[in-house]
Write a protein that binds this ligand. Sequence first.
Ligand code: FUL
Length: 471
Amino acid sequence: MSEMDKRLIQVIPASRQLHLQEMEFYAFVHFTVNTFTDREWGDGTENPAIFNPVAMDANQWVESIKAAGMKGLILTCKHHDGFCLWPSKYTGHTIAASPYKGGKGDIVGEVAAACQRGKIGFGVYLSPWDRNQPLYGTGKLYDDYFVAQLTELLTQYGEVFSVWFDGACGEGPNGKKQYYDWERYYAAIRRLQPNACIHVCGPDIRWCGNEAGDTRESEWSVVPRRTADTEKVASASQQADDTSFRQRTIHAQDRDLGSRSVLQSETDLIWYPAEVNTSIRPGWFWHESENDQVRPLEKLIDIYEKSVGGNATFLLNIPPTREGLFHANDVARLRELGEYLRNSYGTNLAEGARLTASPAAPGHDIDCARTADDAYYLPAAENGTAEMILRWDAPQTIRRVVLMEQMMCSQRVERFAIDAEVNGAWQQAAKGTVIGHKRIVALQGVTTAAMRIRILDARAAPTLRFIGVYA
Ligand code: FUL
């Protein structure tokens, strides 16, 4: 094994990161005064009296989310407008000042309880940028305020799997900018919810670099530490005005974050996997005019297969209406997506196949790759290659192949190919670069009685935790 390979495979995920990667697909819910003003960004001057979701039902959200196969929900507890969906003690600009439940409501509490009942994860989005809070731009005083609110969210609502820190950032109500004490925020989260991942402007999960749902062909989880640093750049967002600026993760838009050539000269490497965040509609918030613009099923399948199946997690936003319900069009689309996923990935043809492979290291034979538990196949040779062959008694028509590495051994595979046996000879049916947590390979309905997977380049010996083959 080369010195470089040895160095690269030392970088492995923390258990909170592993857990999030296993969740794969989870929901974003954008809800605030904007839902009632028909805007995407509020300016902080909204009257709380406008907020009154009369048919609010967090259980309906959770049921729809689960029907789509999602494993968690991240709620915008406070967006840039500063309005709090829980009765924070530290500001009057909250749900307690709204007519909702006569000022006695707590939507964060309702959603957290619905997630617990539905046995899915609950996560919080708390916008550092607060356009209502007079302390914004004062430095430590605003940091005190922000940490106090974080503390409320992380101590009053049970286990939290995610704290999502947005990069959008501008001036507060006094025209001042705030420079956030990120390290202090991170320390509070680690102390109060050590299992929560801190996303985007945070050290655990990186932004994929766009909001359209695109994934790179090669999403690397081992990247230079500087990739996690933030910088301030002018916002490209439509809503931005001249004074807005955006705090973004440096290099978030670079094409190649972690190939061997990028990492060669880097000495400080971290585990920092990608998350793909996008909305089921054009906007993040609900707008009546977008009821007929719910994304087509085919588009959502494509994003799912490229993100979850491209070593990223998929965070899909569904905005509730003014009533406090997911709209019927979104509910229907989520159900269709769940049905597609269950039908497509329900029966693994690899289960009935004879499976052989290059000689294995002791305790890691190829049968370990039959189920997605922690056991994994590991070839004895450390030269970065391996071959696996599946044979069936009768030809099978194959549309999808799913491969998973064992992330506890780092991300190793750099290049692979899949072949089908046609008239007694191997023909290449697909090729790819990284596998990581999961790679979904689409084949155009290849009919064959034998399939071969070749790992062509890997850091040290590749690991294979799971092989799935689907009609
Ligand atoms: C952006 C925000 O400005 C949008 O409103 C939305 O919350 C999105 C997820 O992140 O930076």
